[in-house]
Design a protein around this ligand. Structure first.
Ligand code: HMG
Ligand code: MG
Length: 317
């Protein structure tokens, strides 16, 4: 465990993918593009743009090729907090998805494994071992095409079908993804059941296989523990965190799971700790409000609600 904070962290915004994949109705391509551009405008440099999965299984991600092509066609931001290149990772479950992502211009793809056999079968219709073989093919193709590879491990703190997952199972899959060539491995608490104690035990096991600088935390907030779990992970040297604007999100194959930790809650946390994110909280809350309006609800995060109340003159801070 480290006692000093990093000077800066990177937030990987997963709202346009994880945030929208569980919505009852697919959002049109044009709205998904606008969401991504607003997030980039708020200063986010890594924005997960979609998923090249079966449209029969996840219709909300249909059109990801068009979304990616349109955001890549725009000029990179040149001023202010958003200056510099933006990365738009997309999910690919197999070679078929990789080839479609490559054709749409993907420069980073993410494969997604699980630490639970049952979840793997529900989510991607194959065992963990079979998924790793599929990802080996994706990794080879990505290397040949000069495309960066990210890897996810789902169910790092628990599984909706199997219950508790032992930390060693997470460490094994994380090590396998590292060996395949994943530059970054994102540890997914898919159903948000982790607490700082279980996340620490999980990280202790994973860190025996994968260095902290190659890890990201991806914590859903079902039980309200995601910010605490991010804080616990910071203490282990993890400095990349996935989050979704407005706390959107869930997984169609994880019944009962709620949204990701809200990006604005992480920005509030990191601003308070003096850790740079490059993200503008006010612009982010505007985006949470905008996507909430599109989806017909108010932003779910406490930070967004507090900022909006302060703007309306309802709060003194
Ligand atoms: P399958 O049905 O097992 O496989 O799909 P298949 O190879 O037999 O193919 C069946 C049909 O799917 C065929 O079409 C294929 O062409 C098509 P048909 O002949 O019936 O018309 N197909 C595809 N179509 C588009 N893109 C592809 C593709 N591959 C096959 N890449 C597959 C296997 C993995 C594709 C399927 O099970 C699937 O799409 N699953 C969805 C998984 C998913 O998106 N889950 C949510 C994201 S993961 C998540 O949220 C967790 C995360 O956030 C971290 C965390 O929180 O833990 C990342
Ligand atoms: Mg997720």
């Amino acid at each position: 465990m480290t006692t000093s904070w990093p000077a800066a962290v990177r937030i990987v915004e997963v709202g346009p993918r994880d945030g929208l994949q569980n919505e009852p109705f697919p959002l049109p391509v044009v709205a998904r593009v606008e969401l991504i551009l607003r997030l980039v405008g708020a200063g986010l440099k890594s924005v997960e743009a979609g998923a090249f999965v079966s449209p029969k299984r996840v219709p909300q991600m249909d059109g990801s090729a068009a979304v990616l092509a349109r955001v890549l066609a725009g000029p990179p931001p040149t001023t202010g907090a958003t200056a510099g290149a933006v990365d738009y990772p997309v999910l690919v479950p197999n070679l078929q998805g990789f080839e479609a992502a490559l054709a749409a211009g993907a420069q980073t793809v993410a494969v997604f494994a699980a630490a639970s056999e049952t979840f793997s079968r529900h989510n991607i219709h194959c065992s963990i071992a079979e998924s790793l073989e599929r990802f080996r093919a994706v990794a080879g193709a990505a290397r040949a095409a000069g495309v960066k590879l990210r890897g996810y491990v789902s169910c790092v703190a628990g599984c909706p079908y199997e219950g508790a997952i032992v930390p060693q199972a997470v460490a094994r899959v994380a090590a396998a993804l590292l060996a395949l060539g994943c530059e970054e491995i994102s540890l997914g608490d898919t159903i948000g059941c982790g607490t700082p104690a279980s996340i620490r035990r999980m990280l202790e096991a994973v860190l025996r296989e994968v260095p902290a600088e190659r890890l990201a935390g991806h914590y859903h907030d079902t039980y309200g523990m995601a910010v605490a779990n991010v804080y616990a992970s910071l203490e282990f040297g993890v400095a990349v965190f996935d989050a979704a604007v407005g706390g959107l999100g869930g997984c169609p194959y994880a019944p009962g799971a709620s949204g990701n930790v809200a990006t604005e809650e992480l920005v509030w946390l990191f601003d308070g700790l003096g850790i740079a994110t490059g993200v503008d909280l006010e612009a982010l809350v505007d985006t949470a409000l905008w996507i909430g309006n599109r989806l017909g609800r108010t932003p779910g995060s406490r930070v967004a609600r507090a900022v909006l109340a302060r703007r309306a003159g309802g709060s003194g801070n």
